[in-house]
Each structure stands twice: as C-alpha cells, then as structure tokens.
Design a protein around this ligand. Structure first.
Ligand SMILES: [Zn+2]
Ligand SMILES: [Zn+2]
Length: 339
C-alpha cells in the first residue's frame, strides 16, 4: 500500500505531527486529490483548539486546498483524473435541508468543512466529495489558488452580491489576509475603491493594491470622510473588532450595506436611527459555493488579482501556523507538498 505524508492533530490542543498514512481511497461520489498546496487560515485554529464540538481526532486540518484529481470513486460524473481542482471551506452539502432544497448550498445546515468534519489539505493527498470541487484555471498556480478558495471567494462573492455597481463608492475596511484581496477585487470590479486601515504606513500598500482613496482610521473620522465622498454603497468589514465596525455604519450611503466578513468576538452596536434614517443594512456573508470559488479563480486569472503569499513546505506546518497566528503573515501562509 503506498503511503502519504500528512500533518495531523491527534487531540484538542495537541501539536501538529507529521505522520505517514496509507494512501486514502475515494468512496462513492468522492475523488482523491493529489494536494500541491494548502493555505493556512485563522479558522484552522478551530481544529487545533477544538473550538467546534464533534471534530473527529486525529484530524488533518486545512481547507484552502489546491491540487489535481488523481483517482475518482464510483458514481462521480464530470470529474476526471488530471483535472486541476480546489476545495475551500465548503466541503460538501447535504441536499436535504431547506437551504439546500432552495438552492442555497453555502447555507446548508449540515455543511461539511474539510479539516473539521473530515481530513483536509495539510497532506500529500486527501479525499473530497465531488460536489465540493472548483476548477483551477491553467494560469493560476496551486499556491496562489489556495488562499483564493477561502479569503478570495469570501471577499469576491461578498462584493459582487453586495448590490454595489461599477463606479459606486465601495470601502474595504482592513488590509490583511481578507482585505488585501478585497481591495484588488473592488478595483477590478470597477468600484471607486476606498481602503481603510490604521496608520499612515499602510497607505503605500493600499495604493499598490489599486485603492483610489486611502483613509487612516487612527487619524481620521472615517465615517465623516466617507459621508463627504457621498457615502459608501458597500463597506466590506474584514477587521475583527465589532466596535470598530460599528463606527463605520454612519459612513454608509442611502441604502448602503455593511457586509461583515471579519470574525470578531465583541458585538456590533448600531443606533436604530442610523439604519432607519437612510434604509441601511448590516449583513453577514460566508464564503461561497464551489461555483462561486470557481468564478473567483477565473476572475483572478482574468484580471490579475493575486494573493500575497509566503510558502513553506508541508513539514513546516507548525511554523507556518504560528506565524499566521502571531499576525505576522504577509498576507497568507501556504504549505506546499512539492508534488
Ligand atoms: Zn479559511
Ligand atoms: Zn443542506
């Protein structure tokens, strides 16, 4: 039986261990992916620290998976060995719950996530259900595709679903793992793009990513500045502070939307009149279905949007994870297998 290397977590709170396992075999409706790259995401801490109930330890984390199909299980139609594919947070839907039956796959009440519900991409090979696959265009490397399957689809799909139209004022709040992609997507979608971050030192980066306007939240009343510019049709909030997001709401245009994608632990607070007075909306957004991931990859290949990444070999997963958790990744860490 051929062996593969995987990086597993044996128990809640346990270390990353590089171990050998038997080559997994795809079951009905599944494919085996030869993993070339897997992004390291803050959400991997859910597996590391056991933040969700029922994680099947030992677990291989990783949900920003890019590689090539190398085996196909029974009953799989339309996916063949040799096809370049990726899997993101969406790792399979049930097809039975109400959102599924209404075609809203990403809101499946029984959504499966690779690296949480089954073994993910910190590995040389993994098994994924065929309904979770997105095709990767030829001119996108596996290492670039990885983060686009999580941070990328989150920001791309949130922006295109936000109701903003080309030439509208759109603000991206935060320029980190999510925001550095959000700024690029907003510019390429034809929005008048405002980047918002703390400190004057972030401005050159924001400009380099294509932002038309930069606002420094440490030095300026950002909501007032947005209002002077006519108000933002969409503010994509990628930061992790509910309090900081709250302060942005008065900067929304009439019928503007605060779209929340950053996971914070404190509440968003809003004066009812700030919503009522201009018919504003505060809404959440979660990644996208595999076809949305595929659109994200195709749009990125077409327009030149790329994540800024630092790669490390698979066996250095612990180091890559620690660097990401310390907030020192510029901007996404990606593990590569050399395959
Ligand atoms: Zn992620
Ligand atoms: Zn479902």
């Amino acid at each position: 039986m051929p062996k593969i290397r995987v990086v597993q977590i044996a128990m809640k709170g346990g270390p990353f261990e590089v171990v050998q396992r038997d080559m997994p075999q795809p079951g009905q409706g599944e494919v085996r992916i030869k993993v070339q790259a897997c992004g390291v995401c803050h959400s991997d801490s859910i597996a590391k620290d056991g933040l969700f109930p029922g994680i099947p330890y030992p677990i291989v984390p990783g949900h920003e998976i890019a590689g090539v199909i190398d085996a196909v299980g029974t009953g799989v139609i339309g996916w063949t060995p040799g096809t370049r594919v990726g899997v993101g947070w969406f790792g399979g839907h049930c097809g039975r719950c109400e959102p599924c039956r209404r075609g809203d796959l990403v809101d499946c009440r029984n959504l499966r996530v690779p690296g949480l519900n089954y073994d993910g991409g910190y590995a040389e090979a993994m098994i994924a259900p065929a309904d979770a696959l997105a095709r990767i265009p030829d001119d996108l490397s596996a290492a670039e595709a990885g983060p686009l399957l999580c941070a990328g689809v989150t920001t791309f799909h949130a922006l295109r679903e936000s109701g903003a139209r080309p030439s509208d004022l759109v603000a991206i709040y935060g320029i980190g793992g999510l925001g550095h992609l959000g700024v690029q997507f907003a510019v390429k979608m034809g929005f008048r793009t405002v980047a918002i971050a703390r400190g004057a030192d972030k401005e050159p980066l924001a400009r380099q990513l294509g932002a038309h306007i930069y606002l420094d939240s440490a030095a300026q009343d950002v909501a007032a500045e947005l209002t002077k510019l006519g108000g933002a049709k969409t503010i994509l909030a990628t930061v992790t502070s509910g309090k900081a997001m709250s302060a942005m709401i008065p900067g929304l245009a009439v019928r503007g939307r605060l779209v929340v994608v950053g996971v914070g632990m404190d509440p968003i607070e809003v004066f009812p009149i700030d919503l009522i007075g201009a018919s504003r909306t505060v809404t959440g957004h979660i990644v996208g279905a595999p076809i949305d991931s595929e659109d994200t990859l195709a749009f990125s290949a077409l327009t030149g949007v790329r994540p800024t990444i630092e790669t490390m070999p698979l066996e250095r997963a612990a180091k890559a994870y620690d660097k990401m958790m310390r907030g020192e990744a510029r901007f996404r860490m990606v593990l590569t297998t050399g395959l």
